[in-house]
Ligand binder design. Structure first.
Ligand code: GDP
Ligand code: ZN
Length: 381
């Protein structure tokens, strides 16, 4: 028996079509170039431990990549990612599928991911932090049409961060849109807005309050049937609140769907690619959230340059800034040149970033073990 999706109430009775999921003439042309009549198109809605969850014409199915795709892949970016369109064949009496090809991507959100065993885990303030190692491109999400870069107009506001977002946006091939949220908390909107305009490079800017449902309707102009959108921004800026506004419900925000498993039992699972009620698709992957923290890591270096400089002045290279003699950090804290609050903010962000890196590392180890192994084997030849 095939896995069948039963959508929550408000999409009940809706007949799913690949067009609703973003299938278009461009993908169709690429698909036809494959010249294999048994292939079926499908879109990746979730990926875990080498297993892919795909949306086919009218059902969700699990799949693995073919041996040929695995061996011809030059890097992990050649493997399917969430949002990718793939060519599949059904196997096992239609219970599952094999992915033979990844159709060329319209856009891709990428980061440099560590690959080889060259990485070391170092203790940073009691947390494990991963350093070193070589990297290769990893696709976090594919075929996003519109990337909403969300920043809030309170303490989170940072021009530097928006500049980084826009760089990511342009590189991805998706259309970037700036969303400034929490307008209700902002007292100097004009100043912030003109500062953002200067760095925006002509990208549209929308000021909204997701909580008060003010201005959110302006985002609807970017969303239409078959268009894929992604929300990007630090934790706490209001991405979930915005998603809920767009979904018109808080039911599906986790992407939860009820599936029948192979024994016919109903189970609850989730997907990272969700249909919006008015048309359009929302992509929300853990990878995008991790990518965000990865950007935060870069920010850590620029925002706390003064503390980095102090750390370099400590007598011992591996100073923990606790008891060691000649500690520049403790001295600065004592004489007030470094505020305790600022130092604690720095430590907090550093620990968050370190902890997340550690978790990503552990998950990468489990999930992409085979891919990493193959990459290594290939690089040795
Ligand atoms: P996420 O981590 O980016 O998904 O952020 P959330 O959507 O969970 O929002 C974080 C917090 O900010 C929540 O307590 C929201 O209620 C609040 N929030 C979201 N949008 C607004 C807004 O427009 N104004 C204000 N004042 N708070 C907001
Ligand atoms: Zn020190």
């Amino acid at each position: 028996m095939r896995i069948k999706i039963y959508f929550s109430d408000f999409i009940g009775g809706y007949i799913l079509r690949l067009i609703d999921y973003g299938w278009d003439d461009g993908f169709k042309t690429e698909f036809e170039k494959l010249k294999e009549k048994d292939y079926m198109p499908a879109r990746v809605v979730r990926q875990e431990k080498g297993c892919y969850h795909l949306q086919c014409e009218d059902e969700e199915i699990t799949a693995e990549v073919s041996g040929k795709l695995r061996y011809s892949a030059k890097s992990i970016s050649d493997f399917p990612a969430v949002g990718d369109w793939v060519a599949i064949k059904l196997i096992n009496e239609g219970k599952s599928a094999i992915i033979y090809s990844v159709l060329p991507r319209k856009s891709k959100l990428t980061r440099k991911a560590p690959i080889s065993g060259g990485r070391k885990v170092r203790d940073v303030n009691g947390m494990k932090m991963v350093i070193g190692g070589s990297t290769e491109e990893q696709v976090i999400a594919a075929n996003i049409d519109i990337l909403f870069f969300v920043m809030s107009l309170d303490n989170d506001f940072s021009l530097k961060r928006m500049e980084r977002y826009l760089t990511v946006g342009w590189k991805s091939g998706a259309k970037p849109v700036i969303v400034l949220n929490k307008i209700d908390l902002c007292k100097d909107l004009n100043e912030k807005l003109s500062a953002i305009e200067k760095i925006s490079g002509g990208v549209n800017i929308h000021c909204i309050s997701a909580m008060k449902n003010q201005g959110v309707e302006k985002l609807h102009q970017y969303i239409s049937n078959g268009k894929t959108i992604g929300l990007f921004g630090s934790s706490g800026v209001g991405k979930s609140t915005i998603s809920n506004c767009l979904l018109g419900s808080d039911k599906l925000i986790t992407g939860e769907v009820r599936e029948k498993d192979s024994k016919g039992r109903h189970t609850t699972t989730w997907r990272e690619l969700i249909l919006l009620p008015e048309g359009g698709v929302l992509i929300d992957t853990p990878g995008m959230r991790e990518f965000q923290v990865w950007l935060d890591e870069e920010e850590l270096d620029t925002k706390f340059e003064d503390i980095k400089r102090l750390e370099n002045q400590c007598k011992f290279n591996d100073c923990s800034h606790k008891k060691e003699p000649g500690c520049a950090i403790r001295k600065a804290l004592e004489d007030g040149t470094l505020s305790r609050e600022r130092y604690e903010n720095y430590l907090k962000l550093k620990i968050e970033v370190g902890y997340l890196n550690y978790r990503i590392n552990q998950r990468d180890k489990a999930q992409t073990k085979r891919e990493v192994l193959l990459a290594k084997i290939r690089s040795n030849h």
